[in-house]
Design a protein around this ligand. Structure first.
Ligand code: ADP
Length: 686
């Protein structure tokens, strides 16, 4: 932009208008009208007193330099915000470059604002962690100007304000006066026809104020219409026309330059912002870049957000993985149980059972088992029957005769009665074929026991000691050995297994029978078990087939899955809430930035989209990290539990999708809030 050699007018002409006298403020009547306000009022909601502006009628012509003065609270900023389409009037008509603004929708107003106005505020509203050039280019990226054209435009704008050599510096590292010049560069980069400046020198020292005022003057000489609020009389004097506002009304409207001078200025250049030629893909890339750069600039905030999403999706992946592994574990155990077995469980009514089986009331459990077994063996397809029962034995178990040795470990392990068939069918064995196992035949009379490995250790019993004895209370029994294979009964590790000869000693409950059949028969046989064992009252014995057990445990497993899934979703919701809170707070922290973006033409939708995009990106990354974390946790936990981790690559998808979705959800409200930020309020509020 060239500097004009036109001098300020010699003979000054001055006109005064009072109150609301209309349309007389313009000094250059030949120039086309660019702004026309007729009967404009603005009343703020909630403010009961007088309106901030009432019945203002004004005309501004192209190329004018207008200063607006007045006491604090007079309504100057309200007027400037209305002029710049940052706010809308309560009543009255406002026409910008021939277009009535009440006939435009919000997006059209945004566009008109971006194409017509440039803003300079008292606060420079710099993005301090962005470079000087980046700040000056803000309006260009918001208006989708071809990225290839931007450096040239920005360089010209920075050159105009004398800051080209600082283009690469961070805005946070330049002085206050320089920031205000960058703000002017940012405003003029978009080639505005009208520059609106709200106390542009308010925060500057005299030297910088003079410099900024001179720049505005130069811009005006190059044809830009300038409207500036100032409380500094010396700055106001640099304008061609001074409008004084008082109590929301135009108090005076005075020309300070003679008409000839103003008329003699060259006509405004028809400068236009280059058309938005950016391709959609390049725009999307740029928005993603902006979102990433926002996160890297505010690393601490981004890291916290990331942590929330990582914990949330990591918890989800771990939980799903673990619950599925646990379920697979349960189901796997059952699968390994033969498909040729079922259990016969007696009802807990010993007397009724004995009556039904024609036994005396005080018949021991072993007799009940005997009768039941005989009847079961009578069924076609039954191959063998084993028995087990829980004992209720309160006295201690010792290795040495307690009557002789007082000082020795006395334990109270869980005691189970079982016969050889039962142990065989359940895969419980000493590890090697053991001759003495015949002592566990149902009708063996010599008391014998087998120790669970954990119990043996606690008792201090070393295996393979021939002829060892164990004392159950005051009854001694031969120790056959220590369990080597726990088969399907891992809980027997710390139990004492006694043979049926000891059933009475340990007060065994009525036994559960395990029936082995020819393959495929359990379901059918289970149907008739009750009637076979107890024809008078079939309900005294119930049959549980493996299939029953399997559906039962599948039920348990799926309950487990849903429980853990619910817990992990709760975790995810909590982490989303904390992320949403962080995003919500960041909207407030970024109010000035948002206002500025709105002022330079960014639409509400685009602000909304930017916030959601920032949320999605960090959520997505959190989802990826969380999934990886979840897999590691799953492997570690499963190893601890001795499980085979059931791993499905779909979990990773779930984790990543959960991260992205919660990223969106967590940012929806903050994004809406950001989009609703009133640009005028935010600009004023700082
Ligand atoms: P000036 O810029 O001349 O200092 P303003 O235009 O900021 O004056 O304010 C004019 C009047 O409107 C003042 O009384 C002010 O308190 C009031 N006002 C300004 N903005 C708002 C708002 N957002 N809500 C309510 N009242 C407001």
């Amino acid at each position: 932009m060239s500097k004009s050699s036109w001098s300020q007018g010699a003979g000054r002409q001055s006109r005064r208008t009072r109150g609301s006298r209309r349309g007389r403020g313009s000094v250059s009547d030949e120039r086309p009208v660019i702004l026309r306000l007729a009967g404009i009022s603005r009343r703020y909601s909630g403010a009961e007193n007088a309106p901030a502006l009432s019945d203002v009628t004004l005309t501004v012509r192209e190329g004018e330099f207008v200063a607006i003065v007045g006491a604090s609270g007079a309504g100057k900023s309200t007027l400037l915000n209305l002029l710049g389409l940052l706010d809308t009037p309560s009543t009255g008509t406002y026409v910008v470059a021939g277009r009535r603004i009440d006939e435009l929708d919000e997006r059209a107003r945004d566009r008109l604002r971006a194409s017509t106005f440039g803003f300079v505020f008292q606060d420079s509203h710099m993005l301090l962690k962005e470079t000087v050039a980046g700040n000056a280019a803000l309006g260009l990226s918001i208006n989708d100007v071809d990225p290839a054209l931007r450096p040239g435009i920005v360089a010209a704008a920075l050159d105009t304000v004398g800051l080209l050599e600082k283009a690469g510096d961070l805005a946070g590292n330049v002085s206050g006066g320089e920031r205000q010049r960058v703000a002017i560069a940012r405003a003029i980069a978009t080639a505005p026809k009208i520059l609106l400046a709200d106390e542009p020198t308010g925060a500057l020292d005299t030297a910088n104020s003079t410099r900024v005022a001179r720049m505005l003057r130069d811009l005006n000489r190059d044809g830009v219409t300038v409207i500036m609020i100032t409380h500094d009389p010396s700055i106001a004097r640099t304008a061609d026309r001074v409008i004084e506002i008082s109590d929301g009304k135009v108090l005076s409207d005075e020309a300070t330059a003679d008409q000839a001078t103003v008329r003699g200025r060259r006509p405004p250049e028809t400068r236009e912002l280059p058309a938005a030629t950016q391709s959609s893909w390049s725009r999307v890339r740029e928005r993603i870049g902006a979102a990433i750069s926002h996160h890297t600039v505010h690393a601490a905030r981004a890291a916290l957000l990331l942590l929330a999403f990582t914990v949330g999706s990591g918890g989800l992946v771990t939980a799903i993985g673990l619950s599925q592994s646990a379920a697979a574990q349960v189901v796997g155990r059952l699968d390994s149980a033969a498909l040729d077995e079922f259990l016969v469980v007696p009802k807990n009514t010993p007397t009724a059972i004995r009556t039904e089986l024609a036994l005396p009331d005080d018949a021991p459990a072993s007799q009940v088992a005997e009768v039941a077994q005989q009847r079961l063996r009578g069924l076609d397809g039954v191959l063998s029957v084993g028995l087990t029962s829980i004992a209720e034995f309160d006295e201690g178990v010792t290795l040495l005769n307690p009557a002789m040795v007082a000082e020795q470990p006395v334990l109270s392990p869980q005691i189970r009665v079982a016969d050889r068939e039962y142990l065989r069918l359940r895969g419980v064995s000493l590890g090697t074929e053991h001759e003495s196992m015949r002592l566990f035949e149902r009708n063996a009379e010599a008391p014998a026991v087998i120790l669970g490995p954990a119990l043996a250790e606690r008792l201090g019993y070393a295996d393979q000691v021939p002829g060892s004895q164990l004392w159950i209370g005051s009854t001694s029994a031969a120790i056959i050995g220590v369990i080597g294979e726990l088969g399907e009964e891992p809980q027997l590790a710390s139990a004492l297994i006694v043979n049926p000869a000891l059933a009475a000693v340990v007060s065994a409950a009525d036994p559960t029978l395990i029936v082995q059949t020819e393959p495929g028969l359990p379901a059918g046989l289970a149907e008739v078990v009750g009637a076979t064992v107890a024809p008078g009252d079939p309900s005294l014995f119930t049959a549980e087939t493996v299939a029953d057990l399997r559906s039962l445990t599948q039920g348990v497993a799926s309950d487990l899955v849903s429980l853990i899934t619910i817990v992990s979703w709760v975790l995810l919701v909590l982490s989303s809430l904390s992320a949403a809170t962080a995003a919500y707070l960041s909207v407030h922290a970024r109010a000035a930035e948002i206002a500025l973006r709105r002022a330079v033409g960014e639409s509400k939708r685009s602000i909304w989209g930017q916030f959601v995009l920032e949320g999605v990106l960090v959520g997505l990354l959190g989802g990826v990290l969380g999934s990886a974390l979840g897999v590691v946790m799953l492997v570690v936990f499963a190893a601890q539990q001795g499980w085979t981790p059931t791993f499905n690559f779909a979990f990773l998808g779930v984790g990543v999708a959960a991260g992205a979705c919660t990223g969106i959800i967590a940012s929806l409200y903050p994004a809406a809030l950001a989009a609703q930020q009133d640009p005028a309020l935010a600009v004023r509020g700082t």
